[in-house]
Design a protein around this ligand. Structure first.
Ligand SMILES: [Zn+2]
Length: 173
């Protein structure tokens, strides 16, 4: 395995770049929420989540600028036609966000791991897809396949619910 290390200056520059793009995204979303045609449109925008930890889903490369937005993009068709039912997520908003280089994902299909905050897919998109997470039915939270072993001790039981305390995960995150 090859370890890739970066110096402190490079790290600081990356953090600074991530922060400035994140702030730009927040500014664009705030303005769009203020200009939403109606309450449903405003709620649609306010429900958009900004993720800065990338993906933990196998085969999924992190976006170049480090930012993924999850939302319900239903309001906007990708062919450029805006439906009349909502007044929030417009084609213009989508274009502004894409111009920043962020990636847009559907919130019904992607969710952040409770522990590491990286995004994992929770709905199939191909026939061969398999889930790489554990779902806690009691708390309705998701833990990715990489985080799960850290919180397991001893033998891996067949039924995680009995031994897995999600509180440990939240504290460690
Ligand atoms: Zn995780």
């Amino acid at each position: 395995m090859t370890l890739i290390t970066i110096d402190a200056a490079t790290h600081a520059r990356q953090v600074s770049q991530l922060t400035s793009i994140k702030n730009a995204v927040i500014g664009i979303l705030s303005a769009a929420a203020d200009n939403a045609k109606n309450a449903a449109g405003e709620r649609h925008i306010n429900d958009i989540e900004i993720h800065t930890r990338g993906y933990v889903e196998p085969g999924c490369e992190n976006p170049g600028n480090g930012i993924v937005l999850t939302g319900d993009w239903d309001e906007c068709s990708w062919e450029g036609r805006v439906t009349e039912s909502y007044g929030g997520i417009t084609d213009e908003l989508i274009c502004q966000l894409l111009a920043l280089g962020v990636e847009l994902r559907w919130k019904q299909q992607w969710i952040a791991c409770t522990a590491c905050k990286r995004l994992l897919r929770i709905n199939p998109h191909t026939q061969g897809w398999k889930p790489h997470y554990w779902y806690d039915k009691r708390s309705c939270k998701y833990v990715c396949h990489e985080c799960l072993p850290h919180y397991m001790s001893g033998n891996c039981p067949s039924h995680y619910d009995d031994v897995f305390d999600l509180g440990d995960v939240v504290d460690a995150a």
